[in-house]
Design a protein around this ligand. Structure first.
Ligand code: ATP
Length: 634
């Protein structure tokens, strides 16, 4: 499934993050320049002055030739030579300062690009990141941002200085003698053709190269993170074959860019010599006829010889500009990704989104979740959800049970707005969940799974991710709410460093930490999918009880792997083969004698009742215990 904005995005292959087109890249670059306009203008002024100072040398050298030819004295020559020295020193100092300004501008702009990238990446919907793969996002955030930064800091200013110098030099040649200037420019046409040929092919070639790097990073990181599974299922050869395929793609892409360079550079080298030779030959003939002074011919030849230096810089850097332009297009592509909003966008006001956690229950009538005729398929596969209708009342506890593969997790992803339905709608308070900006969605509905992360930083940092302004008291309350008594024994309390190099939290504690974050995020609806699965039965029960107090007043949708959870819920939805086949209270469903009743009775080791009597095993059966239930096989 591709969201509409993603499909509209330029150059976005299905499921991949988009890449900005040339117009968008230009607009983004101009915007960055405008953001630091003062530094940019100062950089231009100093570059122009440096380029102007660079013209003094050849011009004075031409005058020295004329002075000597006309029999001028040593004193005159010395004066002119001193002028050359002053010009060279002035050029050095001005160019140095221009470069310093350029670097400062580059560093500041790079910082802006990085900040913007992080904001955009954080605002991406989970489903987009999942489909694009972490490798692509990582490659864009690391090597692509670094390449764009290198251009801004070094390549960009270098090319700019060189372009100024080249323009000034050509202007000077024309001023000295328009005919010789025209010859020089004509002699340079070879460079123009070679460069045009190169530029027409380079952008797509470098984009391919960047994409092949991303694909390789994706395969390698997936292989590394799934190493145990690969070993266990004997998938080694397959992964090696996949990696080799991506490496081959990478090599082919790099060979193509290498070919482009190997044509460009020799053509350029030859083209440099042509204007100098032309000017010397024509200048010689003109001088013989008295049409031009010897000094002018020498100055023109020197200027054209000098031209090779800025042109060299431009042409060598143009390759970097192409590759970093492609990198910048990939970085900027995130702007066109189907993010509803950026992290900096303030969430729309909602009664269920208080700035600080209240823990007081926050589900309002507006927060009703409606699932209406929903079908869903992964990619082009068959429907795994088929015409699901469900209405979840604010403040209700709904348990979803069903056999493995019935579609419970898929439905929970749709309810959490991670995926959008293929057909039908999932709405919260009348708004399609898939249309909610991620920043707002995350404050309304949170999916809690057994996947969780302990970030490098203190315990406080780890908690304040969910509520930046939460006080220590609120952090302690959140930890207490999920039964994380261990937090009180931390060596430095909330300042204890967690993660590699610091205090390592065991799985169960890390899960409690993740739950405490949810408490702090304070969404009106929680979807629990195996949230307490890693906890041992006693801790799980303890956490669930603690959560029960915290969740009062909120809507809770729990994928129930323990039938006790279903028993304690307000209503139970039974899913089978992508459909909701039964919906009602535990008591009603047991009485109805359908699949849920059969499951409940088999769990209790009972025979299903043959009469319409109350089949609720809580009365007739042995007391429910987590130890007995373990994970239900529903
Ligand atoms: N990312 C995916 N790509 C393709 N198919 C998927 C994907 N995730 C799940 N499925 C398929 O969708 C169907 C429903 O899976 P889902 O995980 O939603 O079921 P479930 O009821 O939660 O199962 P379990 O209790 O085992 O987690 C299954 O046939 C599964 O193979």
């Amino acid at each position: 499934m591709t969201s509409p904005r993603c499909a509209d995005s330029p150059q976005a292959a299905p499921g991949q993050l988009p890449t900005a087109d040339a117009r968008q890249v230009r607009r983004a670059a101009l915007h960055l320049m405008r953001q630091d306009a003062q530094a940019f203008t100062a950089m231009i002024i100093f570059n122009v002055l440096a380029a102007g100072a660079g013209l003094v040398g050849p011009w004075l050298l031409g005058r020295i030739v004329n002075t000597v030819k006309d029999g001028g004295g040593v004193e005159a020559v010395d004066r002119l030579a001193l002028g050359i020295l002053v010009g060279a020193v002035a050029q050095l100092l001005l160019a140095r300062h221009a470069r310093y300004l350029g670097h400062r501008f580059g560093e500041r702009t790079l910082a802006r690009i990085r900040e913007q990238f992080v904001e955009r990446a954080l605002a991406l919907p989970t489903s987009v990141v999942e489909r694009a793969g972490a490798g692509d996002l990582t490659a864009r955030g690391t090597s692509d941002v670094a390449a764009a930064g290198h251009t801004l800091r070094d390549t960009g200013p270098d090319v700019f200085v060189a372009a100024m110098q080249a323009l000034f030099i050509l202007g000077a040649v024309f001023l000295l003698d328009p005919l010789l200037g025209a010859c020089g420019v004509l002699g340079l046409t070879g460079i123009w053709f070679a460069t045009r040929w190169y530029l027409r092919r380079a952008r797509s070639a470098y984009l391919d190269q960047g994409a092949s790097h991303s694909a390789l990073a994706e395969v390698l990181s997936a292989t590394a993170s799934g190493a145990r599974t690969i070993e266990a299922f004997g998938l080694r050869q397959r992964r090696i074959a996949d990696s080799e395929e991506e490496i081959q793609r990478c090599v082919a892409a790099r060979e193509r860019t290498l070919f482009l360079r190997s044509v460009l550079f020799p053509s350029i080298d030859i083209s440099y010599v042509i204007p100098v030779v032309t000017v010397l030959l024509l200048g010689g003939v003109m001088h013989d006829r008295g049409a031009v002074s010897l000094g002018t011919v020498v100055a023109c030849a020197l200027y054209l010889r000098q031209l090779s230096q800025p042109l060299d810089t431009i042409l060598q850097r143009i390759e970097e500009l192409q590759s970093s332009g492609a990198s910048f297009a990939r970085v900027e592509g995130l702007a066109a990704a189907p993010a509803g909003t950026t992290a900096s966008t303030p969430p729309a006001a909602s009664p269920a989104t208080p700035a600080t956690p209240s823990f007081a229950g926050a589900a309002f009538d507006d927060d009703r979740i409606e699932v209406d005729g929903v079908s869903f398929s992964y990619g082009d596969g068959a429907d795994v959800l088929r015409g699901v209708d469900l209405s979840v009342r604010p403040g209700e506890r709904l348990a979803i049970v069903g056999p493995s593969g019935a579609g419970k997790t898929t439905l929970s992803r749709l309810l959490a707005g991670i995926d959008a339905p293929t057909r039908g709608t999932v709405t919260v308070g009348g708004t399609p969940i898939a249309d909610l900006p991620p920043s707002r969605l995350r404050r309304q509905i949170v999916l809690v799974t057994q996947e969780h992360h302990v970030f490098l930083g203190t315990l406080r940092d780890n908690l304040q991710i969910a509520a930046e302004s939460a006080t220590d008291r609120e952090l302690h309350d959140a930890l207490a709410a999920v039964g994380a008594e261990w937090a009180g024994d931390m060596p430095d309390g909330l300042d204890t460093e967690l993660g590699a190099g610091g205090h390592r939290l065991p799985g169960a504690q890390a899960q409690q930490l993740a739950l405490a974050r949810v408490v702090l995020a304070d969404p009106h609806t929680l979807i629990l999918d195996e949230a307490t699965a890693l906890l041992d039965p006693t801790t799980a029960r303890h956490t669930e009880h603690a959560l029960a107090a915290v969740l009062r007043g909120r809507t809770v949708i729990a994928i129930a792997h323990r039938l006790q959870t279903a028993h304690d819920a307000d209503r139970v939805a039974v899913m089978e083969d992508g459909q909701v086949t039964e919906l009602g209270t535990h008591h009603d469903l047991v009485t109805a004698g359908g699949s849920y009743a059969a499951l409940w009775h088999s769990w209790h080791g009972e025979r299903p009742p043959t009469t319409d009597g109350d089949g609720d095993g809580t009365q007739a059966g042995p007391p429910c215990s987590e130890a007995r239930s373990g994970r239900s096989s529903v």
